[in-house]
Design a protein around this ligand. Structure first.
Ligand code: ADA
Length: 578
C-alpha cells in the first residue's frame, strides 16, 4: 500500500501490487494501441531495469492487471508513482494518465459494473519533447510502475484530502484542518464531516456541491492533550475524517499528524521554539537491484545508517520521495527537505513551467501532513542569473509558497555571487564543491567565510540575514580506489575533503544546516545532455555512476564513513538533539 498505516476503514481499498502481465515494446509496433497478448510478467512495484534484458531499456512497456469487483460503483485507481509517463485504460477504454515519476496520482472511473476488469497501463520512460523534467541527468530515469498501486471503491461523494496544520497557541496545541470532498455523482450533494484526533471531535458542515464539484471546509481543534513531535520524541497521532450523508457514514480518510512548528527567525531555524541544527545527506532513490523502486527494508536500512552516522537530516534530491520513506522519517524523527523534480533543468521547453508546477502541487498536496518535512525546495541549480531565470524562480518559488504557508521554502543554488533570486527564498541554500570542482580542501574555510559575508551584504539581493544551509558538498570516491597520496577519485581524497568541510560547516556560526552530497553512489544517465543549462555527461562519471556516496551503491561503507560518523557526533555534542 502507499502508506505504512491503514488510511481507510470505511472505504473498501485493496492493493493491486503483485504480478502484472507486461509486454515491452521492443520495436515500436503497437503505435499506441494496447497489445492483444502479453508475453511476460513483472512484480509491481518495481523498475523494469531489474529484469536482466531490460537493464538499460528506454522505451514503452505495456502493463496489465485483471481484477474482480462484486458490486457496481465508482472505481478510483491510485498510483504511488509511475516512471515516467503513463496512459491508463480500463477494459480497453482510455481513462487517464500522468507525467512524472515521483508523485502519487489517481484515475477515477464512475459507475463501473460488477465483474472481471482489466487495467492496462502504457509506461514510457523515454526522453523527448514531452518531458521537461525527466532528461539525461546525473541520476537515472528508470521505467515502470515503481511505487504501490491501490484500487479504491468510492461513493459518489468522497474525501479526497485532509490538510492539517498544528499550531502552538498560548502554550496549547491546536490543529487547523481543511478537508476537500469530491462529488462525482449525478446529483448535488450535501454532507457533514466528523474530524477526530486525540480524543477530540470537530463537526463541519460541507457547502452544497453540484455534480462534479469539489467542496472544502475548514475548522480548528483546540486545547489538544498531545505531546510535541521532534527528533528525540517523534510523537504521532492518527487524524480521522468521516463523511456522513443524511445520517449515514459513507466514507473516511485516516492520516497522521506530528505536533511541531517550524519557524524562521533571523538567521536561525526554530523547531517548537528551539534552535534547530540540521546535519545529514542528500539521498537519491537509487539501488543497483531495485533502481528507484526501493523496497521498505532497504529504505529502513538507509535510515538505520543515517542514525548510525549521527545524522538527523535528509534532502530528497531532486524529487518527491516515496511516502513510505516519509512515513519512516515521521516515525524516526528525521528532518526532511523535500523538493519538486528539478536538477539543472532547462527552463526553455514550453512545457517546463506546467510540469514543474504540477510536480510541485502534487508533492505539497500529497505530502502536506508529514511532520518530518520541515521545508520545501525546488529548482536545484537552475538558472538564477538571467532575467528569464529570475522570472521562473519568482513564479515557481512563489507558487510553492502559495501552496503552504506553514513551512519555509528554499532552493539549492550554485550560481554563487551571480545569483539574483535569493530574495524569493525563506532559507538560502548553496551547493559548494570547494575541493572538488575548484580549489583544494585547504580553501574550504576561506571560501565559505568570504561567500557568507557576501550573502549578508546588500549585493546578494535578498540573502542577507536569512538562515543558511550548505545543501551539497562532497567529493567523488570510486569504491576500492585507494592510494596513500590521496589522488582524485580515491577514497582517501574523499576523507580529506569531507573532513575539512564538516569541520567547517558543522560548527560555523552562520550555518544552520549541512547535507553531504551524497549518501550512496547512484546510477546516472548513459546519455549526455548537451543543453547549456545542464551539460551533464557520463564521461565525467566513472562506472556511469555518481561516486560521491559515503557508502557505495550496495551501501558498503567507504573510508569516509567512520570519519563522517565521528564528525557528525561532534555536532550532536555541540548542538544537541531536540
Ligand atoms: C550538483 C547537483 C547534484 C550532483 C552534484 C555532483 O550539485 O545538484 O545533483 O550532480 O552536482 O555530483 O556534481
Amino acid at each position: 500500500m502507499l502508506r505504512s498505516f491503514t488510511t481507510h476503514v470505511v472505504r473498501p481499498v485493496r492493493s493491486l501490487d503483485g504480478l502484472w502481465d507486461i509486454r515491452p515494446e521492443l520495436n515500436g509496433t503497437s503505435r499506441g494501441k494496447a497489445p492483444r497478448s502479453y508475453s511476460r510478467k513483472i512484480e509491481v512495484p518495481s523498475a523494469w531495469e531489474s529484469l536482466p534484458d531490460l537493464w538499460d531499456f528506454r522505451g514503452t512497456v505495456w502493463y496489465r492487471k485483471k481484477f474482480m469487483t462484486e458490486t457496481q460503483g465508482n472505481l478510483r485507481l491510485v498510483f504511488g508513482g509511475v516512471s515516467h509517463t503513463a496512459k491508463v485504460l480500463l477494459d480497453g477504454k482510455e481513462v487517464g494518465g500522468h507525467y512524472d515519476a515521483f508523485t502519487p496520482w489517481e484515475v477515477v472511473v464512475p459507475q463501473v459494473d460488477a465483474g472481471e476488469h482489466e487495467v492496462v497501463v502504457e509506461v514510457d520512460n523515454r526522453f523527448g519533447d514531452h518531458s521537461a523534467l525527466h532528461i539525461p541527468n546525473d541520476y537515472y530515469t528508470y521505467g515502470g510502475i515503481t511505487r504501490p498501486v491501490e484500487l479504491h471503491e468510492v461513493p459518489d461523494q468522497y474525501i479526497e484530502n485532509i490538510f492539517a496544520v498544528p499550531r502552538l497557541y498560548r502554550g496549547k496545541w491546536q490543529l487547523d484542518v481543511r478537508v476537500r470532498v469530491k462529488n462525482i455523482g449525478q446529483d448535488a450533494a450535501f454532507g457533514t464531516l466528523k474530524v477526530r484526533i486525540s480524543g477530540q471531535e470537530l463537526l463541519l458542515t460541507l457547502p452544497k456541491m453540484e455534480s462534479g464539484e469539489n467542496g472544502e471546509v475548514s475548522g480548528t481543534l483546540r486545547n489538544l492533550a498531545v505531546k510535541p513531535w521532534c527528533e528525540t520524541h517523534p510523537n504521532l497521532y492518527p487524524l480521522q475524517a468521516e463523511l456522513w450523508e443524511e445520517g449515514e457514514l459513507c466514507d473516511d480518510l485516516i492520516d497522521r499528524v506530528g505536533f511541531r512548528e517550524i519557524k524562521v527567525k533571523g538567521k536561525k531555524l526554530y523547531l517548537n521554539g528551539e534552535d534547530l541544527h540540521l546535519r545529514g545527506f542528500n539521498r537519491h532513490e537509487s539501488s543497483p537491484i531495485y533502481g528507484c523502486a526501493i523496497p521498505t527494508a532497504l529504505m529502513a536500512h538507509d535510515l538505520d545508517l543515517f542514525d548510525d552516522l549521527n545524522c538527523n537530516f535528509l534532502r530528497t534530491c531532486h524529487y518527491p520521495n516515496d511516502q513510505r520513506l516519509l512515513d519512516m522519517c515521521d516515525e524516526r524523527g528525521i528532518y526532511v527537505w523535500e523538493e519538486s523534480h528539478s536538477r539543472q533543468t532547462p527552463f526553455d521547453p514550453p512545457i517546463f513551467e506546467a510540469q514543474i508546477k504540477q510536480s510541485t502541487l502534487e508533492m505539497v498536496e500529497n505530502h502536506y501532513n508529514h511532520p518530518c518535512i520541515l521545508m520545501w525546495g525546488s529548482l536545484n541549480e537552475c538558472e538564477s542569473r538571467t532575467p528569464e531565470g529570475v522570472e521562473m524562480h519568482r513564479e515557481v518559488i512563489g507558487y510553492l509558497k502559495s501552496l503552504d504557508h506553514s513551512r519555509p521554502v528554499t532552493y539549492a543554488a550554485n550560481k554563487l555571487k551571480e545569483d539574483k533570486c535569493l530574495g524569493f527564498a525563506d532559507i538560502v541554500s548553496f551547493n559548494i564543491y570547494t575541493g572538488w570542482y575548484g580549489g583544494g580542501p585547504e580553501n574550504i574555510k576561506g571560501f565559505i567565510d568570504d561567500f557568507l559575508s557576501w550573502v549578508d551584504s546588500p549585493e546578494s539581493l535578498g540573502g542577507k540575514g536569512k538562515p543558511v544551509i550548505i545543501s551539497e558538498f562532497g567529493a567523488g570516491a570510486i569504491p576500492g580506489c585507494r592510494n596513500p597520496q590521496a589522488d582524485f577519485w580515491s577514497e582517501e581524497y574523499q576523507v580529506v575533503v569531507l573532513e575539512e568541510a564538516l569541520k567547517t560547516y558543522l560548527h560555523h556560526p552562520r550555518i544552520c544546516g549541512s547535507a553531504i552530497w551524497q549518501f550512496c553512489d547512484g546510477r546516472v544517465s548513459n546519455e549526455p545532455n548537451p543543453s547549456p543549462d545542464n551539460t551533464f555527461s557520463p564521461m565525467d562519471r566513472p562506472r556511469c555512476m555518481n561516486n560521491k556516496g559515503v557508502v557505495d551503491e550496495y551501501r558498503r561503507p567507504k573510508l569516509s564513513y567512520p570519519v563522517v560518523k565521528a564528525l557528525m557526533a561532534t555536532a550532536v555534542k555541540k548542538h544537541g538533539k531536540i
